[in-house]
Write a protein that binds this ligand. Sequence first.
Ligand SMILES: Nc1ncnc2c1ncn2[C@@H]1O[C@H](COP(=O)(O)OP(=O)(O)OP(=O)(O)O)[C@@H](O)[C@H]1O
Length: 303
Amino acid sequence: MIKIENLHKRYKGHKVLKGLNIEVNKGEIYGFIGHNGVGKSTTMNILAGLINFQEGKCIINGRDSSCKGLRNKDIGYLPEDPKFYPYMSAWEYLEFIGRIGGEAGNIIKEKAAKLLERVKLEKAAKRPIGGYSRGMKQRLGLAVAMYHDPFVYLLDEPSSALDPEGRLDMVNIIEDLKSQGKTVFLSTHILKDIERVCDRVGIINDGKIVVEDKLDSLIGKYIQPVYDIEFLKKPEKDISDRLIKLDYVEKIDVHDNKFSITIKNVERDSKNLLREVVESNTCVTSINLRRNSLEEIFMKVAK
Ligand SMILES: Nc1ncnc2c1ncn2[C@@H]1O[C@H](COP(=O)(O)OP(=O)(O)OP(=O)(O)O)[C@@H](O)[C@H]1O
């Protein structure tokens, strides 16, 4: 659905993209992650056909995004900082979008009402956009992106200005888009959101994708070999003394009734450790293999 091939972009002498390759399948939600200034918005703007580039290819829904051949139906774009005519209301703006798309008045009204409800802007719909907060503009930007019910969504930091409730609404909308088979290319800093919705993530660094994988496999690859074990009550000291003597146990941190046990190799040593713990005859209330969040993985990869 989206294909970026060997994309190069420089602003005057400043090289930003240095051979970027990304492929996103139909119905997939792809999280595009990277530090500030690494080129995420640049990539989005190129995909949307808004800026040029020096080398490479961008295909969306079978069309070359550099040829101004994209239709309304191909892409819905929510820029990081969407701009509107400040004297228009949200309602008027959506009517304007419908009219330049050549739609009939009754259809426009029906669509605008539904979208304003979907992004929870009904109450402010008749006020001038100039008085909206950044979060409200982001909600309106999303309604505009959804207006033509496109196949592909480009969402650049869609929840950066939203409060926690707004972020949850955004995640729910993205999940809805997925259930409708839409393809979503999403950049964000708020990795907690991405963790909930993305099928695959790609981390961009120095103009290229440096890590790309399914979220589950990525989390699996960067798993920490640490078991957090909670006992019903504080175990006898000889249990930790016995566990630390096992050759595959590297370290044990003890806090009252909680042990954090670092082992050498998760696949090889887990079974043995868990057997030892059960045989210690102490009541265990929980055992958890510690996982890195996407945030932690990003920090590790970025380093
Ligand atoms: N129009 C422009 N002219 C010159 N340099 C630009 C222009 N737009 C972006 N840049 C530079 O290109 C680099 C990438 O910018 P871009 O906005 O794509 O990054 P980003 O990853 O989206 O950053 P952020 O996460 O902060 O939004 C930055 O160094 C930026 O200063």
